[in-house]
Design a protein around this ligand. Structure first.
Ligand code: PHE
Length: 527
């Protein structure tokens, strides 16, 4: 029977019965119809004011398999007593053979307690000629009524695993003001004819069902990484961070490495980790880039409007050539109070083009820009980076980094720790632990570990530090302006949130579009 027709039958059955019995109780009057079906019929009628109903929740007591056999064959103690009565005398050792192992074990003790039988040497003999099997009677009663008012007894039976309880909804239904024996014919559409003839005034319109579930939509879906990215953007925006323009996937070694005081012999720069671009073979020296500049201006203008912050006060023009020479100097000979690395610095190496290995390349450009008007500032970015790594369940050659940068006067390491604790608590990760680490561009540097309540274990969640003067001073930033930086991958928290253990299910050509379409939105602060 199609569901629609079936529902109509239930609806009609309710109307029929109400004609002679009001109120009716669905649990008694329609015991075999599933509760959701009853509710659908009642809602259909209630929306037309044909019935009114109240919902009751009550505990139902149900027999287990074991107690169903007790109702059929008698309790264990009854079986023991009956066997002894039949035989007159049974050796205790023989009892399991006669009544079964289970009944022998449980029934013997109860039969003693009830003074139905007693021991006579190694045998069992009768005490009571007639007995009443109350356990069976009680269970039989429960089977019929699905209820037991004696709560002490109920708990006892539950402990002995003879009954279980479950909550059931039932409804008591009475006639409503528009009760009729049948649902009247209903009009679903308003037509021009009805308007012309005036029939609309008396027509019986079908009511809207605002509780109906909509049909599933063939709509687009956001990728989980995008949803988590948006969650992080909101966290950053809420804390007054300005987004950085991250459109350049290709950058020069200068912005990706040299300006960050990464020495040219650093292992991270060689072929194993970095994708180098062969064509064109060489980048221009660092120079102004009006397009990216305009994007950054727009993002800062949005922030200034929102927080009623003054526009840039003074603009000291950036001298890219001076900056370039400063970087060379701080690497090769030492400068700004640093002894430098003291190796012959190569301009060619610096101008090789790379797929950026971290978004810190962008942070560096933005910090250099900040030197025009050094002031407290907060920046963030979430975008793609590339590393020549062997692909496995947790690594891809491209992934996304979340990065934050905070510049202010007189910052200390303790402030960074406090900030990170606050930041990660917004994504449901508490109790941070910090481990000293090494980055060429930060000192001190800390790896960040967090206890993930949902996973129940410690996970490495990020990398952080305070940018070195060798990076900041060549830009022209004043010595007392300190800068925190921290970074983490976007994939890691997304995998945790979506319970994905293989990163390839999330990014790349193996992604299942069905997974993308059907997964829920996330809230980072809710496990
Ligand atoms: N760039 C670092 C990384 O790739 C993250 C980081 C950013 C560390 C800023 C310190 C400061 O992991």
């Amino acid at each position: 029977v199609p569901l629609e027709a079936q529902n109509r039958n239930v609806t009609q059955d309710v109307l029929d019965l109400l004609d002679t019995k009001s109120p009716l109780q669905t649990s008694e009057d329609f015991p075999s119809i599933p509760q959701p079906e009853i509710k659908a019929a009642l809602d259909r009628l209630a929306s037309r004011s044909m019935v009114q109903y109240d919902t009751h929740e009550k505990d139902q007591v149900l027999l287990t398999k074991e107690s169903e056999t007790i109702v059929a064959d008698g309790s264990h103690e009854y079986k023991v007593w009956d066997a002894v009565k039949q035989a007159g005398k049974i050796p205790i050792k023989e009892l399991p053979k006669v009544v079964g192992a289970d009944s022998a074990k449980v029934g013997q003790g109860n039969a003693f307690k009830n003074k139905w039988i007693k021991k006579d040497g190694d045998s069992l003999v009768l005490v009571a000629e007639e007995v009443k099997d109350t356990t069976r009677d009680i269970l039989k009663d429960i089977q019929e009524t699905k209820a037991l008012s004696d709560t002490k007894l109920l708990n006892d039976l539950k402990k002995r695993k003879l009954v279980t309880t479950s909550k059931v909804l039932s409804y008591s239904v009475t006639k409503g003001p528009k009760y009729a024996k049948e649902i009247p014919v209903e009009v679903t559409d308003l037509t021009a004819e009805m308007l012309a003839s005036g029939a609309w005034e008396t027509a019986n319109f079908k009511p809207y069902n605002f509780n109906a579930l909509g049909s599933s939509q063939n709509a687009g879906a956001l990728h989980p990484l995008n949803k988590v990215r948006q969650e992080f953007r909101n966290i950053f925006f809420n804390q007054g961070f300005v987004e950085m323009p991250t459109g350049h996937f290709v950058d020069s070694g200068f912005w990706n490495f040299d300006a960050l005081f990464v020495p040219q012999q650093h292992p991270a720069r060689d072929m194993q980790d970095t994708f180098f671009i062969s064509d064109p073979p060489k980048a221009d020296k660092p120079r102004s880039d009006p397009e990216t500049e305009a994007q950054m201006d727009a993002m800062e203008a949005g922030y200034n409007r929102l927080f009623a912050t003054a526009e840039k006060r003074s603009t000291k023009p950036r001298d890219y050539e001076q900056y370039f020479q400063n970087i060379k100097e701080v690497h090769q000979n030492g400068a700004f109070g640093s002894i430098g690395y003291r190796y012959p610095w190569s301009e060619d190496e610096c101008l090789r083009l790379v797929l950026r290995t971290h978004t810190t390349a962008v942070s560096t450009w933005v910090l250099h820009r900040l030197a025009e008007d050094p002031r407290p500032a907060r920046y963030f970015s979430i975008d793609r980076v590339f590393r020549n790594e062997t692909v496995d369940a947790t690594h891809l050659a491209e992934f996304h980094q979340i990065e934050g940068v905070i510049a202010d006067f007189g910052l200390t390491l303790g402030g960074l720790m406090r900030f990170l604790e606050d930041f990660f608590s917004k994504m449901g990760i508490e109790n941070l632990r910090f481990k000293p680490a090494y980055n060429p561009y930060t000192e001190p540097s800390m790896e960040v570990f967090g206890y993930h309540v949902g996973l129940g274990k410690w996970v490495e969640i990020g990398n952080s530090g305070m940018f070195r003067p060798e990076m900041l001073e060549p830009m022209g930033l004043p010595r007392d302006l300190r800068v925190y930086g921290f970074g983490l991958s976007l994939e890691r928290p997304t995998m945790i949130k979506y319970g994905v253990s293989n990163i390839r299910e999330l990014l790349g050509h193996k992604v299942d579009l069905g997974f993308i379409e059907s997964n829920a939105a996330v809230r980072l602060d809710k496990n």
